[in-house]
Design a protein around this ligand. Sequence first.
Ligand code: TEU
Length: 553
Amino acid sequence: ETAKDWWQTAQFYQIYPRSFKDSDGDGIGDLNGITSKLEYLKDLGITAAWLSPIFKSPMVDFGYDISDFFDIQAEYGTLEDFRALIKRAKELDLKIVLDFVPNHSSNESEWFQKSVRREKGYADYYVWHDGKLDSTTGKRQPPTNWLQYFRGSAWEWNEERQQYYLHQFAVQQPDLNYRNPLVVEQMKRVLRYWLNEGVSGFRCDALPPLFEVLPDGDGQFPDELVSGATEDTDDRNYLTTTYIENQPETIDMVYQWRAVLDDHQRIHGGNSSVLLIETYSPAWFTMQFYGNRSTEGAHLPFNFNLITVMEQKGISAASVQEAIDLWLKNMPAGRTPNWVLGNHDKRRAASRYGTEHIDGMNMLVMILPGVSVTYQGEEIGMTDGEISWEDTVDPWGCNSNPDIYEQYTRDPERTPFQWTGGSNAGFTNGSFTWLPLAADYETINVERELSDGLSHLKIYKALVALRNSSKTLQNGSTKYQALSEDVFVVQRSLANSAIVLVINFGSVAKSVDLSKFDKNRTESMLLLIRSIDSTKKEGTQYDPKALSLDPSE
Ligand code: TEU
């Protein structure tokens, strides 16, 4: 057993800076706010925090539209504030990971402005195309039927340059051209710049659309097939995405970024830094990011199966088993698995799984092998905000209409963090918040859950503590099974010790005989429910042969 590197046993936590903590009363979270709360993360047992983008941006996509990759967004703070954040994090032995957004820049970026003007060195920085002429009307048309993620065409006509440009996200997010070596080199400079500022790695945004298929000899791109999955011809689900997603060149680019990180460590020493990869892709594509026999890739391509499989198949022991199988049975040997319950793009875990299941799901990701990634608020069971059409600001929501925006908008999972039950949930001292608060902040908040008997937060803290200290959880073997439609069991074991989690996803009490699951071990099982449940069930004796579980326990 070789010693594990820091990221293999890390507790990752995603901070959405705009909604975490406001230090200056403008209703928008900021860097000094984050710095002031690093001790909170430390106290939870978190070891690494990933910050959603903090770079200069017109905020059309709330930081995922970057106009200067080398500067900090003024409303979030300054480079000095960032350095102070890194310094405090180092004192607390917390790693800071930044968001790297390679697919596109903002249309307000200097690079794009220069590209529009075809300035030397920048003319081919983006994906430009003349389009085609409609044979009957003689009118100019976009080059292909490709759609953006945020509804509508992925091509936008630029009057000044007299060409279309590609944008797989919003119109204000032109796609960078990775077939141009200048772009590839420029983006590596971005990585090196922030590594030199002391960050411990990157969460790489939106990998599927990084490359598009090569155009044919005449410079033409192929249309995607209409998949017929929806009648809504603006919705990307209307198309199959063979040519605009998951190209092999994308995998190789990630291997090149890994080399940038490893080179940095070789030259400057210090700890290794990590690459986390955001890709909602089939396993055959996702798993390649890890690397192959000869080349190292990303340390952790995010595993979203506990989100996506359960979105499709509902909440049951069988869908949990399917989600876990999908990762563990496809992952190349020797790699580190990971488990994600939510992020700023998905409905809040407590709302999606049901508030009654949030503790069980937090237990699940903490008992499974590898690392887990917590989205801010999951530890207290935050739920979705209710955001009216008038208050909608997410471009995906805004690109629809009042009747259907709730299907698309990501605002509900981005509401301000709930620190207290007081004014504006302790998020800001001011009277304004950039998104309305979720309605339940008076009961769901850190202050209250730290004092409450058996709160989501206390359970979460106990789980992380167990996780950070238990050799069985860090190195043990793993067994899991859906015992019935409702009851799911996971066991980790090392030598004579075993830790077992049994979850009842059903709505009625269940009696479970664990000897059916592992007859050799029944006597030595330590049930996870017991080790975290200090008040409710203290002293309760569990009989592994007839364990009784309340609904949602
Ligand atoms: O998301 C990438 C992405 O592909 C999402 O659109 C994803 O398909 C969807 O949210 C799944 O529900 C990343 C960021 O996480 C997102 O916030 C940005 O809007 C997007 O990239 C563009 O940078």
